[in-house]
Design a protein around this ligand. Structure first.
Ligand SMILES: *Cc1c(COP(=O)(O)O)cnc(C)c1O
Length: 413
């Protein structure tokens, strides 16, 4: 084989205007680059991890001792959360899009018996897992949840809080209440909602496990930490059954964050090699979130999403989502079927919007960490250009008038 050294890799600056990752905050990047070389048992790295844990509990509104973060991405946190699900465990999973679909696959893998896994290793049909499919574009409702939990009485129930695939918010209150009523331990994929929506874990006592990610609401893409939180009931179940993993066992993983034997201790103990760069970046992202305040930030998302939603509606698109960080839409009727072409045109110009990843094909435009007039106006104008480029009709003056009327006075910030 001939050896080959490639030129240095240059990655351009693009506008990350999709479902995530979002625009990493400049403060986070600075913290990443400013950190010195230090090993994972150095005092300030360990102190930083303890401080992250304490800030995370505030942001997430919880007294759960087992609140910390898992090195990696959202799936790392989700894998950790699902680690207590054992072969044969009875599970009900609600699926209304791409991500909850993958979560349900994970649950089928974890809950499959050895023979079920052997029969279909990549897509096991676990008899103990009931998957309730809710059509794309719709939310999971309290009635659906109640009916399924009453019928199946599982050990675990799963739902995504915000399903990023279709941009739909599911009924977390209904989920938690139904889990409490039926003595079920709820597991929630909060990857898209943490850091965007203002909610507190402890208001949802039916939920035993939570998993999130660094790069969406927390504005922290440099591969860092995916938050998780577990109630005592979850940990008790995990202690009773064990889990088929070392690295993603919440009890083991928590030790490096200074949680040992169900208590906070002063100093973490070795679980795996953590990066001082990543700890510094994550720490800054959490500080930023607390300084802005979740109430203020979630209000800003609502206001700016409304502007984007109304602007694309003015262009003839139909919005089917209700998340505040993301707009999922159908193109005007005369452009139907050309969604991929439009998205590819935009991406080729560094305007990083997305299609849906499962049927039906729709366009997704996100505003993660783009919460000001200039950023949202830029997104609106680039999208209008893309529609025009395909031969669609956009009333330029009407779109500009809409932006001016929304931003000219009241919500300039
Ligand atoms: C983004 C996302 C994931 C996957 O997260 P990664 O960080 O890509 O691992 C899972 N669930 C939901 C709801 C998401 O939005």
């Amino acid at each position: 084989m001939t050896s080959q050294i490639f030129p240095q890799l240059d990655i351009p600056q693009t506008l990350a205007a999709g479902p995530g990752p979002g625009n990493t905050d400049a403060r986070v990047l600075q913290a990443f680059a400013r950190a010195g070389v230090a090993d994972h048992m150095q005092g300030d790295v360990l102190r930083g991890m303890i401080e992250c844990k304490l800030m995370l509990r505030q942001i997430w509104g919880t007294r759960n001792t087992y609140t910390f973060a898992v090195a990696g991405t959202g799936w790392s946190a989700l894998d950790t959360m699902f680690s207590a699900v054992m072969p044969g465990d009875k599970v009900v999973a609600f699926v209304n899009g791409t991500f909850s679909g993958i979560d349900a696959l994970t649950l089928r893998i974890k809950a499959a018996t050895p023979s079920e896994l052997a029969a279909s290793p990549l897509d096991p049909q676990a008899a103990s897992v009931t998957v309730i499919e809710v059509p794309h574009g719709q939310s999971v409702t309290a009635e659906t949840i109640e009916a399924a939990l009453a019928e199946h009485k599982p050990k675990w129930a799963f739902m995504a809080h915000w399903e990023t695939g279709s941009g739909r918010i599911n009924d977390l209150r209904g989920f938690s209440d139904a889990c409490e009523r039926h003595g079920v331990m709820g597991l929630v994929d909060a990857v898209s909602s943490l850091g965007v929506e203002n909610f507190a874990i402890d208001d949802f006592p039916g939920v035993a496990g939570w998993a999130a990610c660094p790069q969406k609401g927390l504005c922290c893409l440099p591969l860092t930490y995916a938050p998780v939180s577990f109630t005592d009931a979850y940990i008790a179940s995990l202690k009773a059954t064990g889990a088929y993993t070392y690295v993603h066992n919440p009890i083991f993983e928590a030790r490096h964050w200074g949680i040992v034997d169900d208590r906070d201790v002063e100093k973490g103990t070795y679980h795996r090699t953590h990066s001082g760069y990543a700890v510094a970046a994550f720490h800054e992202a959490l500080r930023l979130t607390l300084q802005e305040g979740l109430a203020r930030r979630s209000d800003a998302y609502r206001r700016h999403e409304k502007v984007l939603r109304d602007a694309v509606t003015e262009m003839g698109c139909e919005v089917t989502s209700d998340m505040s960080s993301l707009v999922v839409l159908n193109l005007p009727a005369d452009l139907a079927g050309r969604e991929m072409e439009l998205v590819q045109n935009c991406r080729a110009r560094g305007f990083g919007i997305w299609p849906t990843l499962s049927a039906p094909v729709q366009v997704r435009i996100g505003i993660l960490n783009q919460l000001d007039r200039e950023a949202v106006s830029t997104i609106v104008r680039l999208f209008a250009d893309a529609i025009r480029e395909l031969g669609g009709n956009v009333d330029h003056a009407a779109v500009e008038a809409l932006l001016e009327s929304r931003y000219g006075t009241s919500i300039a910030a």
